[in-house]
Write a protein that binds this ligand. Structure first.
Ligand SMILES: Nc1ncnc2c1ncn2[C@@H]1O[C@H](COP(=O)(O)OP(=O)(O)OP(=O)(O)O)[C@@H](O)[C@H]1O
Ligand SMILES: [Mg+2]
Length: 297
């Protein structure tokens, strides 16, 4: 079952198409990475899903409800904005206790969520927290009312590698009991923890697929070759129609291939005709980064 499904969702600002006919499916129980460069339309999508802005056109069904017709679904969502704000004077526990009161949530839940994000014994004021700690507190806050769906807008972007790892581990630990939709422009985040990824650019969805299948589909399209004279090989390969591009990496050539069977037939021929010695030949598993740049270019 899809926890989120959008139908030709659009948001136009004057002449700007911030979001253009978005059709997105997010299955329940997964970690969904919403990937796109700056200005792609990630936050706009999230604002529409959360009823913080009205679509110019189209609609979405979230947990069975049409977002244009009902707002009940919002109580089952936990949301972390891209730049969360806290009351710096409080401790994490004091802050969440106030929110629990406002939300009508049992106070016991405060300790539970602080435990989940590893801030249970933290006595310092929020103002002294590192960015990573603040992000963890933000996630604790989204969990207070035990929502089914978490929507996190770029939860890792302002963090150093250690802080990012903590947040990614935390998101991963929540998988299963929650569906997590998070936006990011950091490719490796998606690769590390997502089951599914959508890539968006200029308001348009370019791809929405399981990470595993995506990698399979793009597999065997990257080849690394090392020969005794790479300049000759480069010269012979550079204008072949089945080669998308060639990069030099250490002593090897890194080839992005359009037609794998042509490459398999022709490369050995070129090596032999030019009297080159083959040192290494390998099909490479593509990274999300390779795929991302190919898809958005
Ligand atoms: N209120 C607004 N008025 C006019 N244009 C807007 C508004 N909000 C967003 N936009 C434009 O819509 C486009 C998408 O913006 P959005 O904030 O959704 O991108 P994003 O993918 O979240 O980018 P970032 O990675 O920078 O957060 C951008 O070109 C932005 O300038
Ligand atoms: Mg944004």
């Amino acid at each position: 079952m899809n926890i989120i499904e959008t139908f030709n969702l659009c948001k136009y600002y004057k002449n700007k198409k911030a979001l253009d006919n978005l059709n997105l499916e997010v299955p329940e129980g997964i970690i969904f990475g919403y990937l796109g460069p700056n200005g792609a339309g990630k936050t706009t999508t999230i604002r529409l899903l959360l009823n913080l802005a009205k679509p110019t056109n189209g609609y979405a069904i979230i947990m069975g409800e049409n977002i244009l017709k009902s707002k009940k679904y919002l109580s089952k969502i936990g949301f972390l904005p891209d730049v969360p704000n806290f009351y710096n004077y409080f401790t994490a526990k004091e802050y969440l206790a106030i929110l629990a009161e406002i939300l009508g949530v049992d106070k016991k839940r405060v300790d539970e969520v602080l435990e989940l994000v590893d801030l249970k014994n933290e006595k310092k004021r929020i103002g002294t927290f590192s960015r990573g700690m603040k992000q963890r507190l933000g996630i604790a806050q989204t969990l207070l009312h035990d929502p089914k769906l978490l929507i996190l807008d770029e939860p890792t972007s302002a963090l150093d590698p250690q802080g990012r790892k903590e947040i990614l581990d935390l998101i991963k630990s929540l998988k299963g009991s929650k569906t997590i939709f998070f936006s990011t422009h950091i490719l490796s985040d998606v690769e590390k923890i997502c089951d599914r990824v959508a890539i968006i650019k200029d308001g348009k969805l370019l791809l929405n697929e399981k990470v595993e299948e995506l990698k399979k589909r793009y597999a065997k399209r990257m080849i690394t070759i090392e020969v005794d004279n790479q300049d000759i090989l480069w010269e012979k390969l550079k204008d072949k129609p089945w080669v998308i591009n060639i990069a030099v990496h250490n002593k090897s050539l890194l080839l992005n291939i359009k037609d794998i069977s042509m490459a398999q037939k022709e490369i050995p021929k070129i090596i032999s005709e030019n009297n080159l010695s083959l040192i290494h030949f390998e099909f490479l598993e593509p990274t999300i980064e390779d795929i991302f740049f190919e898809v958005i270019s």
